[in-house]
Design a protein around this ligand. Structure first.
Ligand SMILES: O=C(O)CCC(=O)C(=O)O
Ligand SMILES: [Fe+2]
Length: 286
């Protein structure tokens, strides 16, 4: 992947990358992490609530805690999640998660170099200290349950695009993820993304769409439950908290002015996280 030529990278630009699979170079690592994740979610709810998410959105988030598409959902998402960042006392947990985090970060930085090439930027453009030199790199464990019914507004996870730059997604073999390749066309056409053993799925986020002035479109996606439990691990990568995300130099011209105002990365992300989660106070004992 790091050896992509300029020509190959430009082909990606023309086709406006939305969602790609990569041969997962460290398949074992995501499989081990998915196994550990299952062990965590198998704990009694009362144990999981002891590591309830904090104000920084690190920790456990119960079923229905998040609602990603309120216009089309009657309840919240039928999933529970754990944002890595607070300690969990399970044997081998920390070492497994740290190893996977390192690997996922390496892969994301390699993809970012490819994106830089596609945008006619220096290969290492996104490696600057204020960008992926000091990234926000967050790993989330997910478990979905139940049977979705789009006509009734019941979803494993409602339609959304991820907030940041890129998401590297490892899933088990249970299908459920759908993408909409052209989010401007109505009615929306949803397609299942096959779960390929040993492959990551890559979704592009809203910050990248803003940064690239819409050359890259963020991937609209949702998850339908099929009655089986489904586990996945998204790894979200964004530039540093203080990075000012403003139209990249190669993505604007006299005839193509910046479409989005500049925004600080942390401001954008905080707004989006708060909008989609219930207020933490509902979990406090009266
Ligand atoms: O579980 C999946 O396949 C998708 C997860 C997702 O879209 C998210 O966490 O943002
Ligand atoms: Fe997502």
């Amino acid at each position: 992947m790091e050896n992509k030529t300029q020509e190959e990278a430009s082909t990606i630009k023309v086709s406006s990358l939305t969602c790609i699979d990569l041969a997962n170079p460290n398949f074992q690592q995501s499989a081990v992490s998915l196994k550990q994740s299952k062990k965590f979610f198998a704990l009694p709810l009362e144990e999981k609530m002891k590591v309830l998410r904090n104000e920084n959105h690190r920790g456990y988030s119960p079923v229905l805690d998040q609602i990603l598409d309120p216009e089309n959902q009657v309840d919240g998402d039928y999933k529970e999640s754990f944002f890595i960042g607070i300690e969990v006392v399970l044997p081998g947990w920390r070492a497994t998660m740290e190893k996977y985090h390192q690997e996922a970060l390496r892969v994301c930085k390699a993809i970012a170099r490819l994106l830089a090439l596609a945008l006619d930027l220096d290969t290492n453009y996104f490696d600057k200290p204020e960008m992926l030199g000091n990234p926000i790199a967050v790993m989330r464990l997910l478990r979905y349950e139940g049977m979705s019914d789009p006509l009734k507004g019941i979803f494993g996870c409602g339609a959304h695009s991820d907030y940041g730059m890129l998401t590297l997604l490892a899933t088990d073999s249970v299908t459920g993820l759908q993408i909409c390749k052209d989010k401007d066309v109505k009615p929306r056409k949803w397609e299942y993304v096959p779960s390929i053993k040993g492959a990551y799925i890559v979704n592009l986020g809203d910050l990248l769409e803003r940064w690239s002035n819409g050359i890259f479109k963020s991937t609209l996606h949702r998850v339908l439950g099929n009655g089986q439990d489904r586990y996945s691990i998204p790894f979200f990568i964004e530039p540093s908290h203080d990075c000012l995300v403003e139209c990249l130099p190669t993505c604007q011209s006299e005839n193509n002015l910046p479409k989005y105002p500049a925004i600080k990365c942390s401001t954008f992300l905080t707004q989006r996280y708060q909008q989609s989660h219930v207020n933490l106070s509902i979990y406090k004992q009266p």
